[in-house]
Ligand binder design. Structure first.
Ligand SMILES: C[S@@+](CC[C@H](N)C(=O)[O-])C[C@H]1O[C@@H](n2cnc3c(N)ncnc32)[C@H](O)[C@@H]1O
Ligand SMILES: [Zn+2]
Length: 280
């Protein structure tokens, strides 16, 4: 693949264009050096909010082995991502794919398997999690991403209009400003490029919403991360504020409950998932 296909980095500290993501890079604006360490690039701003540092700290303990996380905790997600979600944005013509807040980054590996010629960039705010698990997941699934990089979804370290597919899965609800991340996603999408975000929408009935809010607040207090429950209609206003059209939001269809009245009752008491779509 020629370097024309490699995504161009924007310096996370001074905002100057640094060049294609390969070898060793030096920012001509501020002199910062970029090089991949243990297969992971650090493209995070040198100074960042505590919540973002804490997202990485949460992974100090290596905890469960990678394969257990992947095949026990994420088993169904792998299937849905592979069969239902990725095919709507990735195909043989995809040249550059970006995953945001990827965690284990199995979506990047699945995208690489679908589009072998694409340049796949797997990112998360936690360099530790990428090093401990995501790189290994790429090997286990037999399709490593071309690049693993620590990057903040709210300030993507990439130049404008470069990716023809961008994907995120249960990430935006953990950000101080999902609106900002959505604007960043729109900025890095190439003309004709497609974004898909699969997000969690909290139960709409008050007591169940409050219960989820309490669980998340407890996690926020113990780990120092930003996370909050977002209902379907709040997603609609977040999208409107980010400049996305109303039609960008739709519920992810479930298979279990068919009668509409039963489904509405279910949605009142348990979270559903929503798909956010944007085509540039
Ligand atoms: C619930 S996990 C989802 C991981 C993965 N997408 C999946 O579905 O398995 C949320 C992920 O968002 C990441 N994250 C949190 N804040 C972020 C930020 N500001 N920028 C990028 N990623 C972030 C976390 O490190 C974590 O890996
Ligand atoms: Zn710089």
């Amino acid at each position: 693949m020629g370097s024309a296909e490699l995504p161009r980095v924007r310096c996370p500290d001074c905002g100057k264009e640094v060049g294609p993501l390969v070898g060793e890079l030096v920012c001509q604006g501020c002199g910062r050096r970029f090089v991949a360490e243990a297969d992971v690039w650090d493209l995070l701003p040198a100074s960042r909010d505590a919540v973002k540092v804490n997202e990485d700290r949460a992974h100090v303990e290596a905890g469960l082995p990678t394969w257990r996380r992947l095949f026990m905790h994420k088993r169904y997600w792998l299937d849905w991502c592979d069969a239902d979600w990725l095919p709507t944005i990735v195909d043989g013509r995809t040249r550059r794919f970006l995953e945001i807040g990827g965690g284990l980054c199995y979506a990047s590996a699945l995208a690489k398997a679908k589009a072998r010629d694409a340049h796949v960039v797997a990112t998360d705010v936690s360099p530790r999690y990428l090093r401990h698990h995501a790189v290994r997941v790429g090997q286990i699934l037999g399709a490593p991403a071309d690049v693993y990089a620590a990057a903040d979804a709210e300030a993507l370290p990439f130049e404008d209009a470069q990716f023809d597919a961008v994907y995120s899965q249960v990430v935006l609800y953990r950000l101080p400003s999902p609106e900002r991340a959505l604007r960043e996603i729109a900025r890095v999408l190439a003309p004709g490029g497609r974004y898909l975000g699969i997000e969690r929408a909290s139960p709409w009935a008050g007591p169940w919403h409050a219960r989820e809010a309490r669980t998340m607040r407890a996690r926020m207090e113990s780990q120092g991360v930003a996370e909050r429950p977002i209902r379907y209609r709040e997603w609609a206003s977040i999208l409107a504020e980010s400049g996305f059209a109303a039609g960008c939001l739709e519920p992810v269809p479930g298979h279990r409950v068919r009668a509409a009245w039963l489904r509405r009752l279910g949605n009142a008491v348990r979270p559903i998932y929503v798909a956010i779509r944007l085509t540039r």
